[in-house]
Write a protein that binds this ligand. Sequence first.
Ligand SMILES: Cc1cc2nc3c(=O)[nH]c(=O)nc-3n(C[C@H](O)[C@H](O)[C@H](O)COP(=O)(O)O)c2cc1C
Length: 198
Amino acid sequence: MDIDKPDDKETTGPEGETREQLRKYFDENRRLVMNEIFHRVSIRKYADKPIENEIILKILKAGMQAPSAGNQQPWEFYVVTNKEKIQALAAAHQYAGCAAGAPVLIVSVYRKEGLWVPEYAQIDMAIAQQNIWLETDSLGLGGVWLGIAPQQERMDKVAEILALPDNLEAFSIFALGYPAEQREQQDRYDESRIHFVE
Ligand SMILES: Cc1cc2nc3c(=O)[nH]c(=O)nc-3n(C[C@H](O)[C@H](O)[C@H](O)COP(=O)(O)O)c2cc1C
């Protein structure tokens, strides 16, 4: 596809909307995406209920829509529903325990080879992970990002559990499910952190 002349009829939206429909929608609802930003919280308790595959795919579509340095898209996603693997990943470090109760873990990993600017790969992955988190919230589910990279020991542990090939590095674990807890978001706005340089 010629990115300078996008095909307006191409179905590119999360629900299969055409580019033309998405443009119209955003013209009319420009601020809606901020709802998720101001609603998302860490959810660490989950109902004992599986998540449909089509929901997982929708969440990952949002992840893959992230910007990346040089558009290098370094990501691969491992969707883990195997109970033993979930237990092993929940034991990957001392703050990952809540993953044990999740029906699904999404482990985001990145390629080490063939990247345009590999030094930006973890930054790219963080943006994809945030998109995944926001889409999870918008679909009425809840989740929490469990930090893996840049701590090499954790990255190696996750790679071992998932038997990742040598060219892949683990970035994060995202535990998600139908929420079994409710939390209010904190207001973190602090005007003293803003520095106008005129
Ligand atoms: C890079 C990163 C790593 C995190 N790692 C963990 C973790 O290992 N365990 C955990 O329970 N929460 C983890 N969190 C969640 C944070 O604790 C949480 O986002 C923060 O306390 C703010 O709360 P909120 O997400 O409800 O707004 C992580 C969040 C980020 C962004």
